[in-house]
Ligand binder design. Structure first.
Ligand code: G4P
Length: 530
């Protein structure tokens, strides 16, 4: 066990969240440079290379030049084994993006210094906050004109409701960017942008109180820095590792991913402040990877038809305890039978590689003959515990599905149900209208195209999607509610899911509050229980 425990202890599994264009890809790429995985910037998944990504997983990926799938990047750095879970953004933002966060032990939030907190960050942050996982902030693009630093921190605290603790502090921004001041070391790290593509080159550090500091950054900048530090020391929260662990305090770092400034400092601090694989709740209580010797994992993502010839699916699972051996037989809790996990793979950018060992904290993809669902548990433990399910995340786009050829009802129902089971879309039914029509909800609009394409190509069913104006969905938490008695706003629609659970759709956000006011005791939830 001790060897396994050592392997687990050195693992750091995290997701990077950001609004598109804040610099997530660039930062990831710089991490990989430090990990020695790549040796030139731009070779991983920069936008230019993404267009030609070697991926035959789905035709649609090729056609659109985007990646519909999310992957995991694993590399070693400074004695740590790092797993970065990629959270798809841009148009391919989907429920998978949220679900990936369920497999992470912490999150790095990248914010564009000229923009502050943006919409997609806000949504992803909510999921991290729900899980109480540590959240670290990297304020990027300091080489461009940035918002006032205090305003940026205020923005994070107000928008996201989490206190911040700057570990370092920027000295100017844009053309006047001189570097960062490390608060604990009382040192100035001087900016140079000559290190764009490599990890080599030293950052020049000088003590802030030294006369050299003034001459290097300029007396004016130094005076302003001293003023800001004084203000900061009086106003900001003190660093407290316990609060960081509980996701109640976010350490903040400043830098410029593009010019590779502040990235290694961030990585080094982050790795000591973040956590090794965390315990996870099951129906038999908490399972701690430091104590539980048996293998256990849960499925958080299913990728269909990566190889069209075989119509196979890959189930991605996060290992939560023990060691994985290729070809091992494990108990599939939800299926109630033993299964052999074959073709285990790990992702390396757009390549897949076959692996034979993995440990708690790692993510593996295994061949799925169509038996797994999102949230399923696999284990070798005699206790046969099941991990807590993954919540259903709120779709933001809805459409009514019409079949072109109604004779193909059977294929249609089979296809749409299978695609829903993989978690790419959610399906709902009309409430009490007697109509059999299906309403489909998605997190990102691209999923509509994926649905259409896959029904046509895999099930030979043509559909027409009729967009609905709703943007907000709420699950009703009250047991035994009579939906007939819920009185809502004129822009509200009553629907039910396939398990007959009632839900409400709204066009306007403010209608949610009004509906709550009109129906005393009505409990509306933003996440659905699985
Ligand atoms: P994302 O994954 O969060 O969507 O962002 P990505 O890293 O792709 O970065 C978005 C754009 O911002 C890219 O420019 C990238 O070069 C730039 N960028 C990232 N970090 C920094 C930074 O620290 N400073 C500056 N000035 N720019 C930064 P692009 O022109 O859209 O793409 P590309 O042609 O450079 O690939």
């Amino acid at each position: 066990m001790s060897d396994i425990r050592n392997e687990i202890k050195k693992r750091r599994t995290f997701a990077i969240i950001s609004h598109p264009d804040a610099g997530k890809t660039t930062l990831t790429e710089k991490f990989l440079l430090y990990g020695g995985v790549i040796n030139t910037a731009g070779s991983v998944k920069g936008k230019a290379t993404a267009k030609h990504a070697v991926s035959d997983w789905m035709e649609i990926e090729k056609e659109r030049g985007i990646s519909v799938t999310s992957s995991v990047l694993q590399f070693n750095y400074d004695g740590y084994c790092i797993n970065i879970l990629d959270t798809p953004g841009h148009q391919d933002f989907s429920e998978d993006t949220y679900r990936t966060l369920m497999a992470a032990d912490s999150a790095v939030m990248v914010i564009d210094a000229s923009k502050g907190v943006e919409a997609q960050t806000r949504k992803l942050f909510k999921v991290c906050a729900m899980r109480h996982i540590p959240i670290f902030t990297f304020i990027n693009k300091m080489d461009r004109d940035a918002k006032d630093t205090f305003d940026l921190l205020d923005d994070i605290e107000k928008e996201l409701g989490i206190p911040t603790c700057p570990v370092n502090w920027p000295i100017g921004s844009g053309k006047a960017f001189k570097g960062v001041y490390s608060r604990k070391e009382r040192e100035v790290d001087l900016f140079s942008d000559t290190r764009k593509g490599t990890t080599t080159g030293e950052v020049k550090k000088v003590a802030v109180d030294s006369p050299e500091a003034g001459s290097l950054i300029g007396e004016e900048a130094k005076a302003l820095l001293e003023e800001e530090i004084e203000l900061l020391d009086g106003a900001s929260a003190e660093f407290d590792q316990d609060l960081v662990d509980q996701g109640k305090l976010s350490p903040v770092f400043f830098g410029s991913a593009l010019t590779n400034f502040g990235v290694e400092t961030f990585l080094q601090h982050f790795l000591t402040m973040t956590t090794s694989p965390l315990p996870r709740m099951s129906d038999h209580g908490e399972i701690d990877p430091m104590e539980e010797e048996d293998f256990s994992a849960f499925v958080f993502k299913i990728q269909a038809n990566m190889n069209k010839a075989h119509r196979d699916r890959i189930a991605f699972m996060r290992i939560c305890s023990g060691e994985f051996d290729a070809g091992m037989t494990v108990w599939h809790v939800q299926g109630g039978k033993d299964v052999r996990l074959s073709q285990p793979q790990q992702m390396m950018a757009s390549e897949r590689k076959i692996i034979d060992k993995a440990y708690a904290g790692d993510v593996i993809g295994v061949f799925d003959p169509g038996i797994f669902s999102i949230g399923d548990t696999l284990t070798t433990s005699k206790d046969r515990f099941a991990y807590e399910g993954i919540p259903t995340f709120a779709p933001e786009h809805f459409a009514r599905v019409r079949q072109v050829d109604t004779m193909k009802r059977k294929q249609f129902v089979k296809g749409i149900n299978q695609i829903a089971q993989e978690g790419a879309i959610q399906i709902f039914q009309e409430y009490n209208t007697g109509m059999e029509e299906i309403i489909v909800g998605v997190v990102g609009v691209l999923q509509f195209d994926v649905l259409k394409y896959r029904l046509q190509n895999e099930y030979n069913v043509e559909i027409i999607l009729e967009n609905l104006p709703y943007e907000h969905i709420r699950w009703i938490e009250n047991e035994n509610i009579d939906l007939d008695h819920v009185s809502g706003t004129s822009d509200m629609k009553k629907i039910k899911d396939l398990k007959d659970r009632p839900l409400l759709l709204f066009v306007h956000e403010w209608s949610i509050r009004m509906t709550q006011e009109r129906n005393e005791g009505l409990i509306l939830a933003e996440f659905g229980r699985s």
